[in-house]
Design a protein around this ligand. Structure first.
Ligand code: PEP
Length: 261
């Protein structure tokens, strides 16, 4: 895929990923077909578009994207391949439904389901086993930001949530300050720049030159009116978008921001 704009000489293809969370019934699949149609008509080539719908819609969503302009991902997986884990979904099951990606360690799972870095690390291993690319979320709380602990927290989450096999696999990091998710609050551009730079350095510390290849997404109240500024920051290789990904009319504006950079 030819890549336009400031990424032309780099190797990282920008990514805009939508996280639908626990939203979406069958009727919302029309949003997927609309988006796929629009991307086809625009001949969109500035980045890679991913939607992570609820697992119940994954298989149908893939079929709705008949032009193949969208890739799909799950929002979580178990670390085991199969077995007595009522209510859980394995990475292999997501792949079987057409997923290429899986969001892991989202702050809502870390907080609501007690997912530790250790658990996230096991899930990342499961994603590799099923040939899924994990989108690994990290981010500080408001308290940690105020106590000047944000960088320390995020770098330790990266160190402890990634297995050593990450070196030989594709991974995507999503920096999502917890206090910015779904709140309309966003860090300053300088704060985002600083954090993404530190994350890049940490990835290089851990994985050598491979660390230069991993996309680092920003997530947390990314909207059409702030997307261009955020996506223009060095080491911001795209966005993980929650609320604004549910309506194609909003999400497409964020995608189009890639063309303006
Ligand atoms: C998210 O939960 O991944 C997210 C970024 O949400 P929002 O865009 O709604 O803040």
């Amino acid at each position: 895929m030819p890549i336009k704009g400031r990424f032309m000489n780099g190797t990282i293809v920008p990514i805009i990923a939508g996280n639908w969370k626990m939203n979406g019934l069958i009727e919302q699949l029309a949003e997927i077909s609309n988006l796929d149609n629009m991307l086809e008509q625009m001949q969109h080539k500035a980045g890679h578009i991913i939607i992570c719908p609820p697992a119940t819609l994954l298989n149908m969503a893939k079929k709705c994207a008949k032009y193949g302009q969208i890739s799909f991902g799950g929002q979580n997986c178990h670390w085991e391949e199969r077995g007595a884990h009522t209510g859980d979904i394995s990475a292999e099951m997501l792949a079987d439904c057409g997923a290429l990606y899986v969001i892991l360690g989202h702050s809502e799972r870390r907080m609501e389901h007690g997912e530790t870095d250790e658990i996230v690390q096991k899930k990342v291993g499961a994603a590799f086993r099923a040939k899924l690319t994990p989108i690994i979320c990290v981010g500080e709380s408001e308290k940690e930001r105020k106590a000047n602990m944000a960088v320390e927290k995020v770098l330790s989450q990266i160190k402890n949530s990634l297995p050593s096999e990450a070196k030989n696999n594709k991974i995507i990091i999503a920096y999502e300050p917890i206090w910015a998710i779904g709140t309309g609050l966003v860090p300053t551009l300088d704060e985002i720049k600083e954090m993404h730079q530190k994350i890049r350095e940490q990835l290089v510390n851990l994985f050598g030159e491979h660390g230069m290849q991993y996309p680092i997404l920003y997530g947390g109240s990314m909207k059409p009116d702030n997307a261009k500024n955020i996506l223009s920051i060095k080491n911001v290789n795209g966005g993980l978008v929650g609320g604004a990904s549910l309506k194609t009319s909003e999400f497409i504006k964020i995608i189009k921001a890639l063309d303006e950079i």
